[in-house]
Ligand binder design. Structure first.
Ligand code: AMP
Length: 304
């Protein structure tokens, strides 16, 4: 099975209570690809970078089975840049800088080799680009999932509402669900969001786990209680990459299989936060992932 991914491939500067980084590699597309690559499927990346982006990172992704024919490199231009700051409560963060740079006029080209993708993960970026990617696929994929954030709700709400009508699964955090729906209680927010388009909704609640909504059904999975959260950046994208990676690998998008996909996404995200940026994901072994999935099973196991 194949998974088509669109997202930002970027530079970040991050500040957490544990320190501040220089310019490091980040971006929604980067995290999604690192995460999905653990399932051994063909991941096809659509993104844009400037000529300032390190080639080693692209080569590292390629080694993991990520196809980069759809990665555009703009000579003389700068990659997307984001700077954020976290406080002691790492569920909240301040965006200090968002420089769209190459993203401002990104025209996503879908190479012929990417057509007939079985599954699609639209990572967080301009809603218009997310829509263009869907429209440029000759055949509708089996399942289209999408992430977004408050930045796009504030700046391009009409474009966002339009793309929401075209997707199957929306993956957002609790604050974003509240903002998008105008409802405080998540059950009510979920109902409203499902009326806006996506039949499935995943609401991530950071250290408090994740909820999956579909019609009248709800599933909840906890997050692993961790001793230290070093840097939460990319945890949401890593979750999404794991969620869709598992669904694509198993080629099963039933509600029951989505529950398993949530556990895999949560397990991968729990590694992401252990170090700054993509560092921990880049060094992760499959055996570690397997052991952590087992920790989730043990955490939830109860006999009644
Ligand atoms: P997450 O922590 O999962 O929300 O993702 C963090 C990543 O998203 C960072 O590496 C940023 O480069 C990227 N990012 C931040 N703001 C945006 C935005 N407005 N659009 C797309 N990607 C973004």
């Amino acid at each position: 099975m194949s998974l088509l991914v669109v997202g930002t491939v970027a530079f970040d500067i991050l500040e957490t209570p544990y320190g501040k980084t220089g310019r490091i590699v980040g971006g929604s597309g980067t995290y999604i690809c690192y995460s999905a690559s653990y399932f051994g499927l063909e991941t096809r990346l659509v993104a844009v970078i400037g000529d300032d982006f390190p080639n080693e990172v692209i080569e590292d992704l390629q080694k993991r089975g990520v196809k980069t024919d759809g990665l555009q490199i703009k000579e003389g231009e700068k990659s997307f840049f984001w700077q954020g700051r976290y406080h002691d409560n790492m569920n909240k963060r301040d965006t200090l800088v968002t420089d769209l740079n190459v993203l401002a006029d990104f025209d996503p080209i879908i190479p012929d080799t990417y057509q007939n993708a079985d599954y699609v993960m639209l990572g967080n970026l301009t809603p218009t680009v997310q829509q263009q990617v869907i429209e440029r696929l000759h055949q509708r994929p089996k399942l289209i999932a999408m992430d977004t954030m408050n930045f796009w709700m504030d700046h391009t709400p009409d474009e966002l509402n339009q793309v929401l009508k075209m997707i199957d699964v929306l993956i957002i955090n609790d604050e974003e669900a509240r903002q998008l729906s105008g409802e405080y209680l998540l059950v009510n927010a979920a109902r409203k969001i499902q009326e806006m388009g996506p039949k499935y909704l995943v609401i991530k609640k950071g250290e408090h786990g994740a909820l999956l909504f579909h019609e009248e059904s709800i599933f909840f999975a906890p997050a692993l209680p961790l001793e230290q959260v070093f840097d939460p950046t990319g945890a949401g994208d890593t979750f999404a990459g794991g969620f869709m990676g598992y669904i694509a690998k198993t080629d099963d998008y039933s509600f029951d299989n989505m529950k398993r996909a949530i556990i895999y996404g949560s397990a991968l995200a729990s590694f992401c936060v252990e170090k700054f940026g993509t560092e921990r994901l880049a060094e992760l072994h499959k055996e570690e992932l397997k052991a952590r999935v087992q920790q989730f099973i043990d955490l939830m196991n109860v006999e009644l």
